[in-house]
Ligand binder design. Sequence first.
Ligand SMILES: Cc1cc2nc3c(=O)[nH]c(=O)nc-3n(C[C@H](O)[C@H](O)[C@H](O)COP(=O)(O)OP(=O)(O)OC[C@H]3O[C@@H](n4cnc5c(N)ncnc54)[C@H](O)[C@@H]3O)c2cc1C
Length: 422
Amino acid sequence: MTTRTSTQRYGCTIVGGGIHGTYLAQRLLEDAPFERSDICILDPHDRLLASFREKASVCGMESLRSTFVHHVGTDPFGLERFAEATDREAELVPTVDYPPRPSLELFVDHAEHVIDRTDLESLHRQAIVDAIDDRPGATGLRLETTAGPIDTDYCVLAIGHGGRLRWPDWATDLEHVDHVWEGFDPDASVDRTIVVGGGITAAQLACALSETQSVALLSRHPLEWAVSEADPPWINWSHIEANLHTLPPGSSDRFDVVSDARHTATVPPYLYEEFADRTDDGALTLTQGAVESATVDDGSVRISLDHGLQLLGDRVVLATGFEPVFEHPFVDRIADELDLARGYRGMPVLDDETLAWQRDDGGVRPLYVSGALALGTVGPYAPNLPGARRAGDRITAAIERDLRRSGADETGTSACDTGVSD
Ligand SMILES: Cc1cc2nc3c(=O)[nH]c(=O)nc-3n(C[C@H](O)[C@H](O)[C@H](O)COP(=O)(O)OP(=O)(O)OC[C@H]3O[C@@H](n4cnc5c(N)ncnc54)[C@H](O)[C@@H]3O)c2cc1C
């Protein structure tokens, strides 16, 4: 039996091994004075990017929405070169009025290539972080994890949306309802599926399922079409600084600017043709309305809408996204324990220059944020692939500066021990 006997120690610990955590680990290795043994990525899955792979595989996604320069590697043209070297340029999908987008397979294979090349998997420890406190009697932080306590000089939260799926009230406890990201079987043999949602995942899923069954797509609003997650200028720090950082950190004004700029629940136009073909041939119908009630009779789900229409299906699949990460219990716990500042709707108040989460008293802890939690500082692309790059720029520079200032050789610690004995 394995028992943990001592606290392990790292220079920088990344909480979350998704796209953001995986990208950041490379930036820290390339641009900060860390040894490999200084860096640890904590994630409960059995391998890095598992959560992205799982999601992509069930929703019928064939290509990325982003262009070929947005991927997991640090060299923007790395994916293009990978496609050339492996004779897969045909998987860079031409797109009207937009640069080519990689096929999902190319994107994932390139990500695997990046992970293998740098052996990033060796930095990954399979664990959930339950809490983060001050390190007793020393600077830095202590992480309470399912693999035992871990001390770290720096910590980066890269937990994505936090994994709490959004279930509408009417769907809770109803049989034959799954969320697309949990328990949903795309290959189940059914005649008719009702897909609920109005964004890219719902539209892709509806198109994919309608190849083998009849599908009703139910959206609260008319489908809106947008090429990308936000207008491209939001990818650049100069635009973010001018339009977001001029507003008070954590303010409702910032929240509103980001919400307006983010093309939430939109569908990219490259899906339009497939969507139109499916609706034309009758395999797919689009219904707009709000659910008033839902029942199960004789194994069928009946959804009644506010305007009187009813939808019948063998099952319902929710493509309704996630609960807000700002209100995640894990985020609440960390903020309470470390006296961290929260703004409008629980938004973390970050230092715009470094992405360090500020304390209530204006000080900072060595705790940085990447991904959806950083929306108020990184802007509308924060949760996405471009957001990983932007967050990586500032977090890596901040840690590098801090290490140099405090004497890199002394503070750039190695993992002290494995903390494991048999
Ligand atoms: C089908 C699909 C297509 C997409 N296409 C695009 C696209 O073309 N372009 C684009 O920019 N974006 C796209 N996205 C969105 C993009 O994939 C996500 O924004 C991105 O994966 C977010 O990465 P992340 O690392 O922040 O979060 P995640 O990928 O969710 O990873 C977070 C990780 O943190 C772990 N974690 C959470 N809490 C803890 C904890 N307490 N302790 C330890 N680990 C924890 C989770 O288990 C998870 O593995 C797409 C998403 C999907 C699902």
